[in-house]
Structures are given as structure tokens and as C-alpha cells.
Design a protein around this ligand. Structure first.
Ligand code: UDP
Ligand code: MG
Length: 313
């Protein structure tokens, strides 16, 4: 019998946790009839919730001490950290990552397990079909993000792929062995390679609670992904700098030639100021890009832990 670990990051999800457990354990039960095939292991990660999320986890653990475990953070570290902490704690032969709000349909698990067991895949990811009720702007921004990042980054990021995926032990061990502090898991999962396939499913409404993402956070997250997995912005800075240097050389030659041939009075102050502002703007823009990368280096060199566990069981 194979052991199946489920990593479940939770941030203020007191309502969803019991619902999640009930729904998923039903699916696991169905996989184990008539013959037992998988032995579940639940790893709930409480990402510094301020409601009764931890209490719900403790209750589940008390009722199922063998199969349910939890790790609770000292504060909110973000989903990426929760994922890292969860993956680190798993002992299963296969590991699934799932949101607790049931937007990741557990009914796909049997098919995912089958693909890994019988089709020799190392990872089965999931892609969500276009979200109903999603605003046009959001859909446009999200598709632009995938277009840009796939054009300029070293890794291929499947458009609309969820974090919901099933991985082999080897795949998970590789992911957790990457020591970086800045963890953009969509990129990391793709960077490690291995044989990955994707299942597509209709988007699901949240079972309870509300989403933790607003547009600003999603934008910041996209920039994060680009900076973490591409140096194209740095190349852009170099190019913009080189082109403006080249243009200025032409300008200088033009001015010298004109002074020697036509001569003429001092003129063009407004255009001079405009040009200075333009060059200054480009310089600040490029410095800003550099700053983004230096900030990442700074965070990495501090060697701070990705999360702090307050209690676990
Ligand atoms: N989550 C987390 N830490 C956070 C924000 C979210 O662990 O700081 C968890 C959350 O509890 C949920 C999953 O990450 O299980 C996905 O969050 P959400 O449903 O808000 O995102 P969406 O599905 O809207 O993309
Ligand atoms: Mg959700």
C-alpha cells in the first residue's frame, strides 16, 4: 500500500477545515474500496491564522492521531512558506498539495495517482479552465502575465496552472532541497524538471470563507515571479541604456557639425531640459530594476528561515 501525503496550507480557514477533511476522506475511502490502495497522511499548515484554524486542526489530530498532523507558524509567512513547511514534513510515497477551500477538486486524486503509478509520471499538475465570474481585466492581466513570463524566463509556466498537484517522493525531495528564500513555487516546480502532465478541470467556487488575494497582491506576485526566474529586466536596462547612449552620440555629432557649418545662437533650452529629464528617468528606471535584484540577493544572504514553527504534532 502506498502512502499518500496531503499538504494543506490554511490561513484563517476555520470553516473550511472540517469540510475539507470530510470531503477528502470520502474520496480516499472510495480509492480504498474494494481493495486498500493508499494510506493517507494529512499535513495541515496553519499560516499564522488569527481565527480558530489551529483549534480545528488540533481537534482533527485528536480524532485521527495517526493520519492528521499539523504545523502552526508563529505569524503569517504566506502560502509559499506554508507549502515549503508542509512538503518538508511529508513522509508519503506520493505528495499532493491542495487548498483547503475545496477549489481543488479531490475527485481528481484517483486519476492523478493512477497517472503517477501506471504512466510513469513524476508530477501531475492541474489547470483551471477560465474562471466564471472573473472580471475581464483580471483575465486579461493574468493571460498577459503568462505570456510575458513564458517569453522571458528560463522556465515554462503553464498558464492557469493551480498549485494543486501530485508529486513523487523524489520530486518533492528535489523541491525541498532547493535552499532559496524567495520561493515562487510555480517556477520551482517547473525548474526541477522531471516528467509532468496536466489535468484540466472546471473552476470551483470557494467552499467557505473568502479569497486572500487582491489585484495589487497578484501584481506584486507576478513581478516576483519574473524577477525570480528571469534576468530579462536587467537585459532591458542594459539595452535602454545602450540605445540612449547611441542616440546621444548622434546628437553630439549633429550639434558639432551644425556649429561648424551653420554656427548660430544658443537655443533650445526647453529641449535640453526635456532631454535631461528623459535621461534621468531612464537612469532611475534602470536603477530600480537593479534594486529589485539586489533586494533579492539581500534577502537570500540574510539566511533567515522561510518560516518559524510555533507548535506542531
Ligand atoms: N493561504 C495561506 N497563506 C496565506 C494566504 C493563503 O496559507 O497567506 C492558503 C489559503 O488558506 C488557501 C490557499 O492558500 O488554502 C489558497 O488561498 P485562496 O483560496 O485565498 O487563493 P485563491 O484560491 O483565491 O487563489
Ligand atoms: Mg481558493
Amino acid at each position: 500500500m502506498k502512502k499518500l501525503s496531503l499538504v494543506v496550507p490554511c490561513y484563517n480557514e476555520e470553516e473550511s477545515i472540517p469540510l475539507f477533511y470530510r470531503t477528502v476522506s470520502k474520496v480516499i475511502d472510495s480509492m480504498n474500496t474494494p481493495t486498500p490502495t493508499v494510506e493517507p497522511e494529512y499535513i495541515f499548515v496553519d499560516d499564522g491564522s488569527s481565527d480558530h484554524t489551529l483549534k480545528e486542526m488540533k481537534e482533527l489530530h485528536q480524532n485521527h492521531p495517526e493520519t492528521v498532523h499539523y504545523r502552526s507558524f508563529s505569524r503569517n509567512f504566506g502560502k509559499e512558506s506554508a507549502l515549503a513547511a508542509g512538503l518538508q514534513a511529508t513522509t508519503g510515497d506520493m505528495v499532493a498539495v491542495m487548498d483547503v477551500d475545496l477549489q481543488d477538486p479531490p475527485e481528481l486524486l484517483p486519476q492523478m495517482v493512477d497517472l503517477i503509478e501506471n504512466d510513469d509520471y513524476d508530477c501531475v499538475g492541474t489547470i483551471q479552465k477560465e474562471r466564471r465570474g472573473q472580471s475581464k481585466l483580471r483575465a486579461f492581466l493574468s493571460s498577459s502575465f503568462y505570456r510575458v513570463i513564458n517569453k522571458i524566463s528560463d522556465v515554462r509556466i503553464e498558464p492557469n496552472a493551480r498549485d494543486y498537484r501530485l508529486m513523487t517522493r523524489q520530486f518533492v525531495d528535489t523541491v525541498t532541497s532547493l535552499p532559496e528564500f524567495n520561493r515562487f513555487s510555480k517556477g520551482i516546480f517547473s525548474w526541477v524538471g522531471f516528467k509532468t502532465t496536466y489535468l484540466t478541470y472546471e473552476s470551483q467556487p470557494r467552499a467557505a470563507g473568502t479569497t486572500h488575494w487582491n489585484l495589487r497582491q497578484l501584481f506584486a506576485y507576478s513581478i516576483e515571479g519574473i524577477i525570480d526566474f528571469s534576468n530579462a529586466p536587467l537585459r532591458l536596462a542594459t539595452w535602454v541604456g545602450s540605445i540612449s547612449f547611441f542616440l546621444s552620440i548622434i546628437g553630439i555629432i549633429f550639434v558639432i557639425v551644425r556649429a561648424l557649418t551653420v554656427g548660430g545662437a544658443v537655443a533650445g533650452w526647453p529641449s535640453l531640459v526635456a532631454i535631461m529629464l528623459f535621461i534621468g528617468g531612464i537612469q532611475l528606471f534602470c536603477l530600480g530594476i537593479l534594486g529589485q535584484y539586489i533586494n533579492k540577493i539581500y534577502l537570500e544572504t540574510k539566511h533567515r528561515p522561510k518560516y518559524i514553527v510555533r507548535e506542531e504534532e
